[in-house]
Design a protein around this ligand. Structure first.
Ligand code: SAM
Ligand code: SF4
Length: 367
């Protein structure tokens, strides 16, 4: 039995009444508290390369753009990992475009060095790499893999992800392979991609539960003017088009928490970009339990422009860390210690509330 029915999810996604939505956010916050606690985990984001062979219609790193690109050196990545340890983070996330210049054996060596030198958990987010490469990195110490499936709708997926030669892009199948390799797996979507309907977004949230995701990244679609989906007049789903607003994103975050109570859910930088005042806090109050501060060295950040105007892009890691800790403290939450993965939490923590208890929570969400 799914925790939320399709109709319930759809009703909530269409809800616009603020007082009703406050109930949804409060319910998600309570489930977050019960299942993953009050700790907010800090995952240091290191954007190790801006090269990409893909042409995703929404992304500023797509190959067709002739922009300055970079690939970080081993020592630069290790220096960022050391900064993560100094700042008290438990995890680093190594993210990049799908860059085959990141050679598998080279990265495996970097992963081993991070593991030998630090207690950090390592999350990779490097696109659709080959199974033998993903296996090698897992053996070298990578713990988790983030691969948003972007939309569960095959037609929309195909329309915005041009094929790369004869290769079939099936991120949902790849998530299954990653799990079988022993990774904790993370998926997710953008909210408000042109062409995304309420029905589609409801299916996305159902798929989070079916895949039993360990991590779920949800952020608003932010138009990049130099991409096919960022130009004026791009076709949308008309009256059924999901807006790429803060409220719609918060609804999706809250519903993801109710569907997947144990998952780690970031309050994303994209959410903080559409509301730089308190978007991050709203995410944490709607079911999220993770922040991903950026550790990428300053000169490279300007070149890693997925979308324009990313918040806090000029902040150095020390100030960013202090700011985020302040925000967490002011909400009465604590900063998580250690790797903070889902499986570690299951092993270490008190037994989690049983599913039956959660079924009651989910039932209470019905209106
Ligand atoms: N290349 C890897 C991949 O595609 O999984 C990792 C890097 S990619 C830039 C990380 C995520 O950025 C994507 O999964 C997508 O959801 C998000 N993203 C890309 N363009 C975006 C945009 N215009 N607005 C919001 N999020 C965007
Ligand atoms: Fe490349 Fe990832 Fe951007 Fe697609 S979303 S163009 S794979 S960096």
């Amino acid at each position: 039995m799914p925790r939320l029915t399709h109709e319930e999810i759809l009703l909530w996604l269409r809800e616009t009444e603020p007082t009703a939505l406050e109930q949804l956010f409060a319910r998600a916050d309570a489930v977050r508290h019960a299942f993953v606690g009050d700790a907010v985990h800090l995952r240091g984001l290191i954007e190790i390369s801006s090269y990409c062979v893909r042409q995703c219609h929404y992304c500023g790193l797509r190959m067709a753009r002739s922009i300055p690109r970079y690939r970080m050196a081993r020592e630069e990545i290790l220096a960022c990992a050391r900064t993560a340890v100094r700042l008290g983070f438990g995890t680093v996330v190594l993210q990049a475009g799908e860059d085959y210049g990141i050679e598998a054996a080279w990265l495996a060596d970097v992963l081993r060095a991070i593991k030998e030198e630090t207690p950090l958990a390592i999350t990779l987010s490097l696109g659709e790499r080959m199974p033998h490469e993903l296996r090698l990195w897992r053996e070298a110490g990578a713990d988790r893999y983030l691969l948003r499936f972007e939309t569960s709708d095959p037609a929309l997926y195909a329309a915005i992800h041009p094929r790369r030669g004869a290769a079939v892009s099936d991120r949902i199948a790849l998530l299954g392979e990653l799990r079988s390799m022993g990774y904790e797996i993370g998926g997710g979507v953008m909210v408000g991609i042109p062409g995304q309907t309420y029905e589609m977004l409801a299916h996305d949230i159902e798929l989070f539960e079916q895949l039993d995701l360990d991590m779920i990244g949800i952020g608003p679609f932010l138009a990049h003017p130099d991409t096919p989906l960022g130009v004026p007049g791009v076709p949308t789903a008309g009256a059924e088009q999901v807006p790429s607003s803060e409220w719609m994103t918060l609804k999706a975050v809250a519903l993801a928490r109710l569907a997947c109570p144990e998952a780690n859910l970031p309050s994303t930088t994209a959410l903080a970009t559409i509301n730089s005042v308190d978007g991050r806090e709203h995410g944490l109050q709607s079911g999220a339990n993770v922040f991903m501060p950026i550790l990428t060295p300053a000169p490279y950040r300007q070149m890693y422009q997925i979308y324009p105007g990313r918040t806090c892009n000029e902040e150095d890691a020390i100030r960013c860390n202090a700011c985020l800790r302040g925000r967490i403290g002011r909400l009465g939450r604590t900063v998580g210690e250690g790797p903070g993965g889902r499986s570690a939490r299951r092993g270490e923590a008190d037994p989690l509330p049983c599913d039956a208890g959660h079924a009651a929570d989910a039932a209470a969400v019905k209106r």
